[in-house]
Design a protein around this ligand. Sequence first.
Ligand code: MF3
Ligand code: CO
Ligand code: CO
Length: 277
Amino acid sequence: MSSITIKTADDIVGMRVAGKLAAEVLDYIAPFVKVGVTTGEIDRLCHEYMVDVQGTIPAPLNYCPPGYTPYPKAICTSVNDVVCHGIPGDKVLKNGDVVNLDITVIKDGYHGDTSRMYVAGEPSILARRLNDITFECMWLGISKIKPGAHLGDIGFVIQQHAEQAGYSVVREFCGHGIGKVFHEDPQVLHYGRPGTLTELVAGMIFTVEPMINAGRREIREMGDGWTIKTKDRSLSAQWEHTVLVTETGYEVLTVSPGMPPPPAFIQKAAAPQTVGV
Ligand code: MF3
Ligand code: CO
Ligand code: CO
């Protein structure tokens, strides 16, 4: 059974705060992502910033969905062919490494979930193009969000853009509803057909977080029970925002001063509703 919560005005206020805080962790960490740093050090810095500066809780730490072992760190650091859920550790970033940093904070009970791609040193042409196409995929998906649209509309434009570029869409992981619960209904697939699946209603909040592989879409799970890699060892990229469905379109909640602006071809969403202010 699927039960999608419609957020109240108070929920929306709380989700704006949590979303902004999650995005601000990504701003904060940007200058530290360079050649020679370990993913464990990036995790430590983010964890300290969340707890000591923001007063937020890192949602991944000890997160334990059914069938999983508790996640051992505060953030996810997914390097090169790691698709998602990379566990921070001793890995040293070298020139050209690309890494997704995925931050989920809890503030006053509400979750903000966002991720970006970073590069240590100079990326390859392929890595830069994969990052850019994946970023465009996320924004194309977001741009479809408005009441009356369907979840399949989002998946369709993401899949089209990725496959047109010669890339593939990971099927096993998807966006998700989010609020007081980290992962809730609906599932937001990053592939699909227009007009299919759930119709969007104002007050829904969910993430759009496409995982796009430079090679084939198949994945494999590592022995740690969390880390997911591409089966063919091709590069994988991901971007994520948490988004509210408004009366007129959408409002991205995971916004911050350092966030990369939307691609120029994305029409600006209608002004955010004043609901909850
Ligand atoms: N932040 C991830 C997402 O976008 C989930 C990470 S779960 C963790 O849904 F336990 F691995 F952190
Ligand atoms: Co998410
Ligand atoms: Co995330």
